[in-house]
Design a protein. Structure first.
Lengths: 998, 173
């Protein structure tokens, strides 16, 4: 061993608590990241494309892959039949007879549901073949709206259940009836939280292979956990868990909870690889992602408070309806239960009654989404607090203050079971009021209002839960069901620290980060414990279920890194340190307890001037000279720590559940001004205060706050997964699903407090999700305040705000017809127009009945054959925006009243979805021997065309249907319109003289 | 005019980050796919394939362009610069990259390559940009992690640094 020597310079300042440039960034900035789609693939890898349902609800009568298999480069097509042979349905969180397979086997229940997987030599060929898989659908009525779907008369998605309400639970804490009976006021509000998603910029990626000899699957996917879902995947694949080796890449292009939803595709592509007999890679595209990946749960809440005259809330009553989409996909119905213990928020309210119902609808299944469950709860609770103030004529901040949990009450047991670990909420509110400039904001509001402008201030006080109790989901079961199933609880986090023969330190964590900087913080924690330079610590965050330490709680969700995983890192590093202290104690001539690690050296005592040895020399001995080690020291140096907090107990007989370990505090307020003409909401100032316990890295904390704030702002003002009444999905592109850009996101004023958690090793709590919970409702409260209205709905788009304000549309200029509003369903279209025909009505009528004329005037008509009297079958290609679809159409002429009127109708099916339209045509003789043809049409479009082209459909329908009649006019004027004639028509149209129009 | 049949493969040669590279592309092969899968330059990321998110932005003959809205054959014979070319092969980060790191202008890093390319093009044209101009330029990109603050600060700082450098150079002369 090395000779003792005198110490060098002073120990470095501690790493934890410092902002550090991230160790992740160098590679990412050079384009050297290793994301899912960047990984090397084995030779012979094939590429998959997924055929998806264009219908919201339909029986699958047959799937014929013959034509698809004939496409050059196509190897195989996986269908429901294969899935039935090799797999099982996913386990479901409630005891109801419903099956969710990775691929629809007999019925489709949402637009975008996978129906078949084409595997080909490249993605282009696979996509070509999608259109040649022939699926015969028998259409069923859809159930789209959550409340309508819960009604007895609704179409039922899962017939075995007999109802779309698949879970209903009632909870009762304290004496809510007495509190309501004694209250001075009852104040209630009904609110709807919409569907949205934090939409990572990287979509899902899966690379799967099957080892036929071992009967084992090996899959790489940008999955983010929770790894409890590994069990769900292995059971669906019907293999023991080790035979599903799941690996995650080093880098992930964002998740925000959404990449939990890749798990059905892990199973699907594993089966596709088995069928293909080759590795299969699938990269989800944006349309697939938006329509079918995952979604926040939309919720309808009726919330009622028992309130004293002073604004003290004594009891709350929640009636909540969660729409989890077409299947209850694991871990749903967790949206409810993640927040269950925390339903009273930051308030000291002792009495609580809850009814939770889960309804299934013909929409994409829901899942984790940053803030999970929080935006829904706080949208109800904090809107109610604002409404109480408005109703009682009190200041909203006064109502908040009167109800906050007092600082002396911590740890505070909320009535539904959450144990709020630490905090000082009144002090935080006071800090934010002062440092955020609330008084000045109030002056700005008053000045704006004096000028007649719409200006409002909104508040939100929220408890931000972190480190989920893996047992919270069992609160959906009755106590009796839980007794039978056995208790579930806790949250095991995992970290491994090892020291190599040259004394370098490596860390592995099973936290599958997606940009949060876990490698940086883990290195900071270990550098402090072992007294080695931050730069010298290597951190690996890839997860391989076959080789790494992991447990069901592994993964990146519920803001569990700083509280739990960083704590496990600390524990593992401490074990390494303690072993090294035991080794160094002898040579240093001191007791192990006094050995100290700093500056890359191991010191004999607390004093930097004490004798020391270099860290790598002490560590090297465990590899190079195990014979010199003290008794009981085994040699080698790798410590894995598992840590689970004892506070996370299973739900008790009274349904109390401490749903999370830590509860940070968030207090936000903002001033907004509303443009009275456009309805646009402008954020004048946004103040957000966070108490996330001990802050491990201030820069990363602010980064989380800013990112969450931008997403919360999007949810408040812009983002919604819109559906038509027929269940068609209407937000299939990023031009339809609007995400805030640098133009929409202002810089928030960020304030901090630090009240360490007594329950985590480092005193840290989570901080990743607070603004996703607080910002939507804070902005909504400001808008409610500005407008003096309670009936507002998210997202507060300009059109919706204008609707609330009730701004009258100005009359259109003379001679300009206003565009017709779409009929109920988002894709429903109707309009009227007229065209002048250069022939008398008799001729026009007669020609419309001729097949040759029809073939010539229907745009994109390739083939037309008669199938009966005035009934035809045709092949028609139609383009809307970026996509073209070839429809197999049935065209009929009916309601014939020669030569006055008739009806021209068409119904078509294509790989891009269905379309139908019908035009009522009236003919009126003109004095010059011609005819005025008036038409009114209604059309509806579903499937992919509706998803990507919703905002263009109105115009496209007008053009396409208009073309039928302008072409008819051209036909009557003598043969096919020539290209120069069409050009001339177009030019005339552009200068406003309207082609063939009168 | 070049005519290529739908299923024919065409040899595309371009200058990628200063080096001549070539590979096979069919007429419909997107430039983004060609760069990533044919030339192995995976630093360019694909986020939407319909020109909205901006993740795939590269510079074609110096001009920021969406690689998902361009065909590989359209880049034949042209200069294409991607994120991999911003710093020298084994060299330090460029001033722009270093400013992104300093200001925590990236988290997951998936949108970053495209943003860096737009910024590189923009800063070459705008020597004294206002925050409003920077935000306007960045509005062609979607970032889900950062809320844009760090990005705006990094770009403004680099613009200021470069102005100072130019001033010093003038003073030296």
């Amino acid at each position: 061993m090395e000779a003792l020597e005198q110490p060098a310079a002073a120990a470095p300042q501690g790493e934890v608590g410092r902002s550090r440039e991230r160790v992740e960034d160098d590679a990412l900035l050079r384009g050297a990241g290793r994301y899912g789609d960047d990984l090397a693939v084995p030779p012979g890898t094939l590429h998959a494309a997924v055929l998806r349902s264009p219908h919201a609800h339909a029986d699958i009568r047959s799937v014929d892959v013959t034509r698809a298999l004939a496409v050059s480069g196509v190897h195989t097509v996986l269908t429901g039949e294969d899935v039935r042979n090799w797999a099982a349905p996913f386990p479901v969180g409630v005891r109801e007879p419903m099956e969710h397979w990775c691929l629809a086997v007999d019925r489709v229940r949402y637009v975008g549901e996978p129906v078949a997987v084409v595997v080909a030599e490249d993605r282009y060929a696979a996509e070509d073949a999608l259109g040649l898989v022939d699926v015969d659908y028998g259409l069923l009525s859809p159930a789209v709206d959550a409340e309508a779907a819960a009604a007895p008369e609704a179409a039922v998605l899962h017939e075995g259940v007999g109802s779309n309400v698949v879970s209903e639970r009632h909870f009762h804490y304290g004496e809510p009836e007495d509190a309501f009976a004694a209250a001075d006021h009852h104040v209630s509000l009904k609110v709807r939280y919409p569907r949205n998603s934090c939409t990572p910029i990287e979509c899902y990626v899966v690379l799967a292979s099957y080892d036929v000899a071992a009967g084992a699957y090996d899959v790489s996917a940008n999955f983010q956990g929770p790894f409890a879902l590994h069990s769900v995947m292995a059971r669906a694949l019907q293999v023991p868990a080790p035979r599903l080796r799941l690996r995650t890449p080093a880098d992930s292009g964002g998740s925000f909870g959404i990449k939990q939803g890749v798990f059905p595709y892990v199973v699907l592509m594993a089966l596709a690889a088995r069928k293909a007999g080759a590795p299969v890679k699938w990269v989800e595209d944006r349309l697939e992602h938006l329509q079918a990946a995952s979604s926040a749960t939309n919720r309808v809440s009726t919330i009622e408070a028992a309130v004293t005259a002073e604004g003290r809330v004594t009891a709350l009553r929640y009636d909540q309806l969660d729409d989890c989409g077409a299947y209850l996909r694991a871990p749903e119905p967790a949206t409810f239960y993640r927040m269950h213990g925390t339903l009273t928020g930051a308030y000291d309210i002792r009495h609580l009654a809850v009814r939770n119902r889960v309804v299934l609808t013909n929409k994409t299944p829901t899942g984790l989404n940053r803030g999970f469950g929080g935006p829904q709860v706080y949208y109800a609770l904090e809107r109610l607090m604002q409404h109480i103030a408005a109703t009682l004529g009190l200041d909203p901040l006064t109502v908040i203050r009167r109800n906050l949990v007092p600082p002396e009450a911590f740890p505070y047991r909320a009535p539904a079971g959450s144990l709020l670990d630490s905090g000082d909420y009144p002090a935080a509110v006071e800090l934010a009021e002062r440092d955020g400039g609330l008084a000045e904001l109030r002056e700005r509001r008053d000045a704006a209002r004096r000028e007649g402008r719409y200006y409002g201030i909104g508040f939100c006080a929220a408890v931000e839960p972190s480190i989920s109790n893996m047992g919270y989901i069992t609160t959906v079961m009755t106590p009796e069901e839980r007794r039978k199933a056995g208790p579930k609880n806790g949250a095991v986090s995992t970290a491994t620290v090892s020291v190599d023969p040259l004394g370098a330190v490596s860390v592995h964590v099973s936290s599958t980060p997606q940009g949060q900087g876990h490698r940086t913080v883990a290195a900071q924690v270990v550098a402090d414990v072992l007294g080695v330079p931050f730069e010298s610590v290597t951190v690996n965050v890839e997860l391989d279920t076959q080789k790494d330490a992991w447990s069901i709680a592994s993964g990146n969700y519920s803001s569990r890194f700083s509280g739990a995983v960083a704590g496990a890192v600390h524990k593992a590093a401490t074990r390494v340190r303690d072993r090294l202290a035991g080794i160094a104690a002898g040579p240093l001539g001191v007791a192990p307890e006094t050995v100290r690690f700093a500056g890359g050296r191991v010191h004999a005592g607390a004093d930097d001037g004490s004798a020391s040895m270099s860290f790598h020399r002490v560590a090297g001995a465990v590899h190079w000279a195990p014979g010199t080690l003290p008794e009981g020291e085994p040699g080698g140096l790798r410590e894995t720590a598992f840590w689970t907090p004892p506070e996370l107990a299973a739900p008790d007989e009274g349904d109390h559940i401490n749903s999370s370990l830590c509860y940070g505090f968030v207090f936000d307020y903002c001033g907004v001004e509303i443009d009275p003409v456009t309805g646009a909401v402008r954020i004048d100032r946004y103040v957000t205060l966070h108490d996330p316990g001990r802050i491990l890295n201030p820069q990363l904390v602010d980064g989380q706050v800013r990112g969450g704030f931008a997403q919360g702002l999007g949810a408040a003002l812009m983002e919604e997964f819109a559906y038509g009444d027929d269940g068609s999905f209407l937000a299939g592109t990023l031009a339809d699903y609007l995400i805030p850009t640098s133009m929409e996101v202002p810089e928030p004023v960020i304030l901090h407090m630090e009240t360490p958690s007594p329950f985590t090793p480092l005193g840290a709590k989570g901080v990743g999700e607070g603004n996703n919970m607080s910002t939507p409702v804070c902005i909504a409260n400001a808008v409610a305040d500005a407008l003096g209205r309670a009936d507002i709905e998210l997202p507060l788009t300009p059109a919706r705000v204008r609707g609330v304000i009730g701004i009258d549309e100005p009359e259109p200029p003379a001679g300009l017809e206003p565009a017709a509003a779409p009929r109920g369903g988002g894709s429903g279209l109707r309009a009227s127009d007229s065209v002048t025909m250069p022939a008398p009505p008799e001729t026009v009528f007669h020609r419309m009945l001729e097949p040759a004329t029809l073939a010539a005037i229907i745009p994109g008509c390739h083939e037309l054959e008669a199938t009966g009297e005035n009934a035809y079958r045709a092949d028609v290609t139609v383009g809307v925006g970026m996509i073209r679809a070839r429809y197999e159409a049935r065209i009929t002429l009916s309601e014939l009243d020669p030569p006055h009127s008739l009806r021209l109708s068409g119904v078509g099916e294509s790989a891009m979805g269905s379309a139908e339209g019908s035009a009522r045509v009236r003919l009126t003789a003109l004095d010059d021997g011609g005819t005025r043809l008036d038409y009114d049409y209604e059309a509806a479009v579903g499937g992919k065309v509706a998803a990507v082209g919703a905002r263009m459909l109105q115009g496209a329908a007008r053009v396409i249907i208009g073309q039928i009649f302008t072409r008819l006019a051209a036909e009557l004027g003598g043969g096919q319109p020539s290209w120069w004639r069409r050009l001339a028509d177009r030019l005339r149209g552009l200068v406003g003289r309207g082609g063939g129009r009168s | 005019m070049l005519k290529i049949e739908a299923n024919d493969s065409h040899r595309v040669t371009l200058t990628l980050n200063g080096r001549e590279r070539s590979g096979n592309a069919r007429p419909r092969t997107l430039l983004s796919d060609f760069l990533r899968h044919e030339l192995g330059a995976t630093g360019t990321h694909v986020g939407c394939e319909h020109g909205v998110c901006g993740a795939c932005t590269v510079r074609v003959d110096g001009v920021a362009s969406r690689a998902c809205l361009m065909l590989a054959v359209q880049a034949d014979g042209r200069r294409v610069d991607t994120v991999e070319g911003l710093a020298g092969d084994d060299g330090p980060l460029s001033d722009l990259q270093a400013a992104f790191r300093r200001h925590h202008a990236l988290q997951c890093g998936f949108c970053t390559a495209g943003i860096l390319n737009s910024c590189a093009d923009f800063l070459g044209r705008e020597r004294d940009p206002s925050e409003a101009q920077v935000r306007d330029m960045l509005s062609g990109h979607l970032c889900r992690c950062t809320g844009y603050t760090g990005i705006v600060r990094a770009v403004l700082e680099v613009a200021a640094q470069r102005r100072e450098q130019r001033q010093e150079e003038r003073d030296d002369v």
